[in-house]
Design a protein around this ligand. Structure first.
Ligand SMILES: Nc1nc2c(ncn2[C@@H]2O[C@H](COP(=O)(O)OP(=O)(O)OP(=O)(O)O)[C@@H](O)[C@H]2O)c(=O)[nH]1
Ligand SMILES: [Mg+2]
Length: 289
């Protein structure tokens, strides 16, 4: 990734600093951490200073939204993190019941600790898991999947979970849901645009026209067929304004007199990504661009 392109975008609401502090206070009670990442942005959605927050707790990296990502590209990132020693599990929290793999991996991590306890005559302790990640990656959805019912609120916008919340999964597992956190300054403009593209930051942090042009450029460069099929466009070229016009016409985003209403076009594209109608895409590229 090219991180040379520094940016001054600063979005760090007070409640995120508070969440980080509260996680720090609870850390002593935590056995395992689930670090939750969006499979479409396996680099940009990783919290930069996560190691400072969770210290050296055993952890499992969980990549959510596998149903929406470009699997071949995301696999490169999964291998990359595995090569750094992470246990990585990819999940589609909407369509699959794949969370058992997470429970198994958690038990494996805990076996040694629990053996020591039972050998010294103590009872096995309920495993306490902390879930951390940026906003809107699916932390609360993951908890609901593990519980098997709606135990905590979810929503397709950043900032749904507001407080830390213990949820008991079963006799041996208890989870701490947390509000999404981000680092004080995004370390590159690409990261900021990736976060905006996938609704991890609020829509008004970056100019919406720039976010949509970024999305369309990404699609044009890496997924031209997806772009063409989604909007019924036969030919596209690098002139993104022309593409915006074509989308506007196809979608009927027009003013009286037939001129394009760009605000409507922007809304349509953002919504298509948000609703998963544009899928099989991964915006973080493993190879340098
Ligand atoms: N397609 C798809 N959607 C998912 C998946 N996981 C979560 N979502 C959706 O992503 C959105 C955000 O989910 P939440 O669980 O509220 O995310 P969160 O990380 O708790 O967000 P905050 O509480 O705002 O930090 C919801 O609309 C979920 O339905 C997944 O694996 N696939
Ligand atoms: Mg939540």
């Amino acid at each position: 990734m090219n991180n040379e392109n520094k940016t001054n975008i600063n979005w760090y609401p007070g409640h995120m600093a508070k969440t980080k502090r509260e996680i720090g206070e609870k850390l002593n009670f935590i056995d395992v951490v689930y670090e939750v990442i969006d499979a479409r942005i396996p680099f940009s959605s990783k919290i930069v200073d996560i190691d400072e927050v969770i210290k050296n707790k055993p952890r499992i990296m969980i990549m959510t939204k596998m149903d929406l990502c470009d699997k071949s590209e995301t696999l490169k990132w999964m291998k990359h993190y595995e090569s750094k020693g992470y246990k990585v599990i990819g999940v589609d929290l909407i369509n699959e019941n794949s969370v058992k793999r997470i429970v198994t991996a958690t038990n494996e991590l805990m076996n040694e600790k629990n053996e020591k306890r039972t050998n010294s005559g103590m009872l096995e302790r309920r495993t306490k898991v902390l879930i951390v990640g940026i906003p809107n990656v699916g932390k609360s959805t993951l908890i609901n999947r593990l519980v098997g019912k709606k135990a905590v609120g979810v929503g397709n916008k950043p900032g749904v979970t507001k407080i830390l919340n213990w949820i008991r999964i079963n006799d041996s597992l208890e989870l701490l849901d947390t509000p999404g956190i981000l680092w004080p300054k995004f370390n590159s403009e690409i990261v900021a645009f990736n976060l905006a593209s996938f609704t991890a930051i609020k829509e008004d942090i970056l100019p919406i026209d720039e976010v949509v042009i970024y999305i369309l450029n990404r699609l044009y460069k890496y997924y031209p067929e997806i772009l063409k099929t989604r909007y019924g466009i036969e030919e596209i070229n690098e002139d993104i304004i022309e593409t915006l016009d074509l989308i506007g016409k196809k979608r009927g985003c027009l003013e009286k007199g037939g001129t394009i209403n760009y605000e409507k076009v922007y809304g349509a594209v953002i919504n298509d990504v948000k609703e998963g109608l544009i899928k099989n895409v991964t915006f973080d590229r493993y190879e340098n661009e």
